[in-house]
Ligand binder design. Structure first.
Ligand code: RP5
Length: 165
């Protein structure tokens, strides 16, 4: 089996119900990711170790997700030159707004490509789009996904038009 090119890390096993959708989307496009729980605040040493060796370990993109006032995506980005996609997760009294702001509002010079709150599927697709720049087969699978998605929208419209007329 080939080495994973995408790593999906998140702050707690309690994040799995959302992040499972990211892993499912990657697998649906035949991309088997590395998946790991790690926490910037509760276990910073593992985050540094992981991010520092991520490039050498063969990853091309890292998806980092966490909830509350988290620092995971930024902490990963600080230790690697690889692109980092941040997924702010909902939960807690601010329902994800805290995670959104702490993930998206990175200081100049340290970008994290932040997707929407709980947008695990979009994170997977964005990672695939990045990796697919250097993999024609993956690019073709992504193109099929897009065509199927468009066909599904057309079908929904057809159903609605049937109802209306
Ligand atoms: C964040 O704190 C995690 O990513 C999770 O979303 C949140 C709560 O974690 P647990 O207390 O459920 O482990 O760092």
């Amino acid at each position: 089996m080939s080495k994973p090119r995408i790593a999906v890390v998140f702050g707690s096993d309690s994040d799995w119900p959302v992040m499972e959708k990211c892993v499912q989307q990657l697998r649906a496009l035949d991309e088997a990711p590395h998946v790991e729980v790690m926490s910037a605040h509760r276990g910073p040493d593992r985050v540094r170790e992981f991010a520092t060796s991520a490039e050498k370990d063969g990853y091309s993109v890292i998806i980092a997700a966490a909830g509350l006032s988290n620092a995971l995506a930024g902490a990963v980005a600080a230790h690697t030159a690889l692109p980092v996609i941040g997924v702010p997760l909902s939960g807690g009294s601010l329902n994800g707004m805290d995670a959104l702001l702490s993930t998206v509002q990175m200081p100049p010079g340290m970008p994290v490509a932040t997707v929407g709150i709980d947008a695990a599927k979009n994170a997977a697709l964005l990672a695939v789009q990045i990796v697919a720049r250097h993999d024609q087969e993956l690019a073709a699978r992504f193109a099929s996904f897009r065509s199927e998605q468009s066909a599904a929208v057309a079908k929904r419209n057809e159903k609605l038009q049937d109802k209306l007329h």
